[in-house]
Design a protein around this ligand. Structure first.
Ligand SMILES: NC(=O)c1ccc[n+]([C@@H]2O[C@H](COP(=O)([O-])OP(=O)(O)OC[C@H]3O[C@@H](n4cnc5c(N)ncnc54)[C@H](OP(=O)(O)O)[C@@H]3O)[C@@H](O)[C@H]2O)c1
Length: 292
């Protein structure tokens, strides 16, 4: 979904005060707002912020630049009518997500990791591949910001994950393990799981995972990684947006980020509409994949 530019009058005379907390609370309210009742109106001190169903917003008086960027970067995730499927990947300038030995914590600065936690708080479900759980044992909870934990979903076609992983044991949020239909449902530990749909093979799997989650009422979905999973979803055309968080470092070798089917010429390269935002020293590239 394209968001039209927001109306902001730059105030060159004095810097606008920070309303960072209020803007984040406004995004959390927008997450659950019933737009059929009209726009969301949030009081500022002083003034008022108004958010429309399509993601346009107005503030009186004007917001400072970081607050405006917070709204601009995240409202498209909330305002896609069908619910947004967004991918994210943190990587170096040369497109690496880990060293050759697998060291990856942390490529991105704290501001970028906070951004990831904001994404988790705004979606209904966060999806990772079995490789990420095996490598990192992530919690996939919201800790850097205030907000709800999403459903945690692991794509594990071969049922290779044992039940000791944190997602399955910490009780912090519900977890759903998507395993192949040929596996017995007691193939893994005693944690909650769900069989993948029958057509969920190869390139059909991303669409089947999304359909499965949508059927269960999860509309906004974050594909958090790793690179194999994200590449599958991108290749299958299953992403509406992609947030690439690029850190200004060169790793030079090691695990690469996106890996797609080779193309012959640059004319075939995708050039989706792209917006840039600063996250400390890192840069967020927000790609709108729904229009290409
Ligand atoms: N930089 C970041 O933002 C970020 C984010 C998350 C993770 N990571 C890193 O990424 C690394 C893990 O990435 P990874 O690429 O090795 O693993 P991954 O993407 O986490 O998991 C890949 C595995 O998940 C299953 N899977 C996922 N999608 C599938 C599909 N469409 N079709 C079939 N199977 C599918 C397969 O399991 P089977 O092989 O068992 O069939 C596949 O091998 C870790 O080092 C982690 O630290 C980085």
């Amino acid at each position: 979904m394209m968001i039209r530019p927001n109306a902001r009058e730059p105030d060159m005379s004095s810097p606008a005060p920070s309303h960072a907390d209020t803007c984040w609370q406004a995004l959390l309210q927008a997450r659950d707002h019933d737009w059929s009742t009209g726009p969301l109106r949030v009081p500022l001190d002083p003034g008022r912020l108004t958010i429309q169903a399509d993601g346009r917003w107005q503030a009186e008086p004007s917001l400072n630049s970081p607050d405006a960027e917070l709204l601009d970067a995240l409202l498209p995730v909330l305002c896609a009518p069908e619910g947004c499927v967004i991918g994210q990947l943190g990587q170096s300038l040369d497109g690496r997500i880990a060293t050759a030995s697998g060291h990856s914590h942390y490529i991105n600065v704290l501001e970028a990791r906070v951004h990831l936690h904001r994404l988790r708080a705004l979606v209904d479900a966060v999806v990772v591949g079995a490789g990420t759980v095996a490598a990192d044992d992530p919690a996939l909870t919201v800790r850097h910001v205030e907000g709800p934990n999403p459903l945690r979903v692991v794509i594990d076609p071969r049922g290779r994950l044992a039940g000791h992983h944190r997602l399955f044991t910490d009780g912090q949020a519900p977890t759903r393990q998507l395993i192949g239909t040929t596996l017995p449902t007691d193939a893994c530990g005693a944690h909650q799981r769900h069989a993948v749909l029958p057509e969920a093979e190869g390139s059909g799997l991303p669409g089947a995972v999304i359909a499965h989650l949508r059927d269960a009422g999860y509309r906004r979905i974050l594909i958090e990684g790793g690179s194999t999973t994200l590449s599958h979803f991108l290749e299958a055309g299953a992403l509406d947006r992609l947030h690439l968080l690029v850190a200004p470092l060169l790793i030079g070798s090691g695990k690469t980020g996106l890996s797609l089917t080779p193309i012959e010429t640059l004319e075939s390269a995708r050039r989706p509409p792209c917006r840039r935002f600063s996250l400390g020293d890192d840069t967020l590239f927000d790609l709108d994949l729904g229009t290409t």
